[in-house]
Design a protein around this ligand. Sequence first.
Ligand code: NZQ
Ligand code: ZN
Length: 385
Amino acid sequence: MFDFNFANPTQILFGKKKIAEIKDRIPVDSRVLITYGGGSVKKNGTLDEVLAALSGHTVFEFSGIEPNPSFETLMKAVDVVHTNSIDFLLAVGGGSVIDGTKFIAAAAVFEGDPWDILVKHGAGIKKALPFGSVLTLPATGSEMNSGGVVTRKSLQAKLAFMSPLVFPLFSVLDPEKTYTLPAKQISNGVVDAFVHVVEQYLTYPVNGKVQDRFAEGLLLTLIEEGPKALENPKDYEVRSNLMWVATLALNGLIGAGVPHDWATHMIGHEITAVHGLDHAQTLAVVLPNLLFVCQENKKDKLLQYAERVWGITEGDSEQRITEAIEKTRDFFELMQVKTRLSDYGLGKDSIPKLVEQLQAHGMKALGERQDITLEVSREILERSL
Ligand code: NZQ
Ligand code: ZN
């Protein structure tokens, strides 16, 4: 196992009616900016519940943070923070709203051009406003991690940033708040969480026994509960399991002390930035092909995955690996997320631009061994057609 330092400071408030507790988590003399997206939280009553909980606080609102939040929109929120002397942020929504709020928290007190936060992937963040979140979409893990992804539309650049200063202070996870999700977002969430686990698990063995078994447990839970959430959208137990599994998939726990491979995410970000596919759709397209192309490097863990997650024990190594990759693809399709670029109307002519964008964003040596070069990314994309 590799050496590591691990800390996760986010308090989780999990369960029904937990929103009421936020009033005790935010200093009463704070000037709070509630951030949210296109209005789902208004329609389903979540915002009203938040406002009721904060009736003793001074509260402002900023709406319109879009899926794949844009730098352009978030800088408008930074202006609102400055104009109203905001000193606490509260994100109410999915990963995009939480990511966007992390960026606002850092950009509002950033010395210099806030675009540098993204160009340097968070390295320049020296301070950030405190913030909490009320999660409405289990998927990204943003509610309990220190990362975010922001798109500068004018440049078609979707860039990630990380800083220990942008962990949420607290996150409310009330599974009932996910009941109004459209089927497509349930599916997206399951696929995103699945790929987060895979990218911290399917690399090479370092004898991280606990990390491996946690990861396998999370994958098995997603495989078991994901389809049930589509069949029975109001099953509280199913929603609870999905909410917690998505948080644990990317809160640092399973990734401590093991190699990572974020290539699927990095290639996927370019597809979203240029063609607007949902984040999870890009992952469903890229992952099976990346596993195929990189199977030699990942052989030992792929065989472990085949056996422990899919119960595949028959056949030679190559057959078992092929079957495990096919099962992965079938699972995404079962979750109603299409797995081919052509399913989204994209053809071979889309690939050169994607490779160019990877190059422009410094993504020339991806993967756990930094050997997914631009040529390998091209091969993965060509297999994805
Ligand atoms: O905008 P509103 O009206 O709120 O609607 C949203 C949005 O249209 C809707 N929604 C959310 N909760 C709902 C709901 N609709 C009905 N009922 C509810 N309870 O769902 C739509 C998608 O929301 P979004 O926040 O964009 O989805 P998600 O949580 O999947 O976030 C995706 C973003 O997170 C980034 C992705 O790149 C993408 O930009 N990621 C962040 C990560 C992180 N911080 O660690 C890791 C991930 O890999 C991911 O990259
Ligand atoms: Zn993701």
